[in-house]
Write a protein that binds this ligand. Sequence first.
Ligand code: C5P
Length: 313
Amino acid sequence: MSRGARRRPLRVPSYAKVNLGLEVLGTRADGYHELRTLFQTIGLHDTLDLSPASEVSVRCDHPDVPTDHTNLAARAALALRRYGRVTEGVAIAITKRIPVGGGLGGGSSNAASVLLALDRWWGLGLGRGGLLPLARSLGADVPFFLFGGTALGLARGDEVYPLHHQVRGHVVLALPGRPVSTAAVFARIDARLTPRENSNNIFRFVSSDLGGSSALRILTNELESAALEEAPDLKHQVRRIRGFLVREGASLASLSGSGSSYYGLFDDATGAGRAQAALREAGFHALRTRTLSLDQYGRAWSRSLGTPRAAAQ
Ligand code: C5P
């Protein structure tokens, strides 16, 4: 029996994120865009089940998720296996709850979860810092999911700074049920990037002492109008969704990433409950969840990996 065959199956979470604000500062030499964004993990999550195998494989209960080696979770496992000179493989089963192509970071989160889980499972001991270069090579949003909570993302979004002030609240997600291509939305931004003053609202938010929800109101997602140009059928829906969220008292109502998910952040459960009910009544697919802070994210991972918090750093 090989060493790998004795490993116990491992189940880990893979949380979604929303962008509390997103500013596009310009294009970069590598073709990506220079961003300033505030990431926030939320309770909505996929589940990954890892079992011993001689090769790397992925399966998923969602038909739109590829299961070949283009899957970001498979790429993460292959990259770590190569990097750590590991000879065994892993069978990864993904139970999908995060909408695909919804701007909620599902694929990136799955990749980061695989890195965190296999680092432990294969006994590599790289930790978050050691996994960072691999995470970066897999995608701009992947590094954030090594940390979670509320974090500032700079450069491609892959330079991540967890914030001292963690945003807490109830989240209502409205899911229009159609994917939007992130690359296509950024390409539209290129077509219209004229020299302009960059917004400083994210820095203002980060450096402000304003607690609570009032500071959130200054945040905007600069991808929103390009996303609605890319998916014009969403314009009407988004206007209605936003109306319900604002009416019920959302301190922030915004598209997440390049869409198509739209969310509202609420201080209290009552407003969130009313917004979800109103959205459902109007025929929208609406989910409720909560923000997941840096500590909560770290604890969830420690529980899954069966490690004290410090060992999971
Ligand atoms: O890195 P990832 O593969 O998740 O990014 C998806 C696409 O989004 C990229 O191919 C690129 O077109 C666009 N993108 C960008 N600038 C960023 C992040 C993503 O142009 N900072």
